[in-house]
Design a binder for this molecule. Structure first.
Ligand code: FES
Length: 157
């Protein structure tokens, strides 16, 4: 299956590549399915994501996912991104990526969830630093739940 136009566009011209010095939030993930790695850096002011950058050593879909995700979360309130039930939060974050990348090949369906996990890792660490221990723990608890979404592509891996 060919990659969609949207994936190619973000892969050839990824947005928000790089690091943020002294980030307010930082997360990293080593995708357990394929070993691809992504790091995410966040600048957060008054609960608002004002900047998001990433570095990825990964496939085209991973890079496209991180590119579109960093675009989508910029300017959003963390409270708005994290509102609702666990499932609602996870679905919302995954849709921020998948609704904008066109059709994703089955064998690549584990890539967008990894970007969501690196974001949850960064937010959880940020909240802990801010003294929001209970909320931080809740967000950390979502990370393994997102792994369930890897399974969508299992038969193709
Ligand atoms: Fe593993 Fe894309 S993140 S192939």
């Amino acid at each position: 299956m060919e990659l969609s136009q949207q994936i190619k566009e973000h892969f050839y011209h990824p947005q928000n590549v790089g690091e943020i010095e002294n980030p307010d939030g930082f997360g990293s993930i080593n995708n357990p399915v394929c070993g691809d790695t992504t790091k995410l850096y966040l600048r957060i002011k008054d609960g608002l994501v004002v900047a998001a950058k990433f570095l990825s050593f990964g496939c085209a879909v991973t890079i496209a996912s991180a590119s579109v995700f960093t675009q989508q979360i910029k300017g959003k309130q963390i409270s708005q991104l994290l509102s609702g039930s666990d499932e609602e939060v996870i679905q919302r974050l995954i849709h921020l990526i998948e609704n904008r990348l066109g059709e994703i090949p089955l064998v690549k369906l584990h890539c967008p969830p990894a970007t969501v996990q690196v974001f949850l890792d960064a937010i959880s660490r940020y909240l802990q630093k801010e003294g929001e221990v209970t909320l931080s723990k809740r967000i950390e608890r979502l990370i393994p739940l997102v792994s369930e979404y890897y399974k969508r592509g299992e038969e193709g891996v």
